[in-house]
Design a binder for this molecule. Structure first.
Ligand code: ZN
Ligand code: ZN
Length: 170
């Protein structure tokens, strides 16, 4: 995920980078990470606009099945020489380059962007039916007969109450 500064010019240039998933130390990553970066320099500053592509393998919170979620996200980074103070747009990440730096390393930004893409609530699909609470059948793949025979436990208290009332009336 490194771009040699000597390869960057005033004109925007396109860099295609790929990194092995193992290099990011994110267990959910199941595909190598591709980054397409547009980079140009202005004075001693380097402006990067990039799109990353990869995929996560996740476990559905509802049915416990594994599923693959492709991800694609853009990010921007500006590398500035440490002696300069620049007011950049707020959404840009700003990196102060060490004097004599010869390359830009996009990997930390790719990693941060990836981490933010892992969903908090993991669902294989919006309509996932989940597991039967009674027999554990995955209701996305099979139907079980529990629903017809089972009395919803929420009615138990009501039934108890009804019995108590009936007894009181006698
Ligand atoms: Zn599911
Ligand atoms: Zn069931």
């Amino acid at each position: 995920m490194k771009i040699l500064i000597s390869h960057i010019s005033d004109d925007t240039r396109l860099f295609d980078l790929t990194a092995k998933k193992a290099r990011f130390d994110i267990p959910e990553l199941c595909k190598n990470v591709e980054v397409q970066a547009k980079v140009y320099r202005s004075g001693n500053n380097f402006y990067v606009t990039a799109i990353l592509k990869s995929a996560f393998e996740l476990t559905c919170d509802r049915c416990m099945d594994h599923y693959v979620m492709p991800v694609e996200e853009s990010f921007r980074v500006v590398y500035v020489s440490s002696s300069e103070e620049e007011d950049e747009e707020k959404e840009d990440d700003i990196v102060h380059l060490e004097p004599g730096a010869v390359e830009l390393d996009l990997r930390p930004f790719v990693r941060d962007t990836l981490l933010l893409l892992i969903p908090f609530k993991k669902l294989c699909s919006k309509t996932c039916s989940g597991l039967c609470a009674n027999c554990g059948a995955n209701l996305n793949h099979e139907t079980c007969s529990c629903n017809q025979n089972r009395i919803d436990p929420r009615w138990d208290t009501l039934n108890e109450l009804k019995k108590t009332l009936e007894n009181a009336e006698e």
